[in-house]
Design a protein around this ligand. Structure first.
Ligand code: HEM
Length: 79
């Protein structure tokens, strides 16, 4: 959702607000690239720059303050 709080209903969409799972930048990159359970993979849809941008966005918004930014090269290496 626009506020990052996730949703519960037909499925469980975890909240990204103050989410300690985002501490590890590698976890978020891997999840966006490969997906997990009901989360679809975006690796073939997004460029390295786009994956880095969305991961850096969620890690520095929604009350998250992880400033060790991911680079496009990090994403490339994770593919
Ligand atoms: C590029 C856009 C997206 C980003 C950056 C993103 C990010 C994330 C992150 C970081 C998590 C892990 C949360 C945690 O472990 O606490 C997550 C989980 C999840 N996301 Fe996304 N997500 C995106 C798009 C979507 C979409 C489009 C859907 C549904 C159609 C979705 C469904 C889910 C679900 C169901 C989970 C839980 C997966 C599990 O059970 O392991 N996500 N997402």
């Amino acid at each position: 959702m626009s506020d990052g709080k996730g949703a519960v209903g037909a499925g469980h969409y975890p909240s990204l607000v103050r989410n300690e799972a985002l501490k590890s930048n590698g976890y978020a990159v891997s999840l966006v690239l490969r997906g997990h359970k009901a989360m679809p993979p975006f690796g073939r849809m997004l460029s390295d720059d786009q994956v880095a941008a969305v991961v850096n966005y969620i890690r520095t918004h929604f009350d998250n303050d992880y400033t060790d930014a991911v680079t496009a090269q990090d994403v490339k290496d994770a593919r």
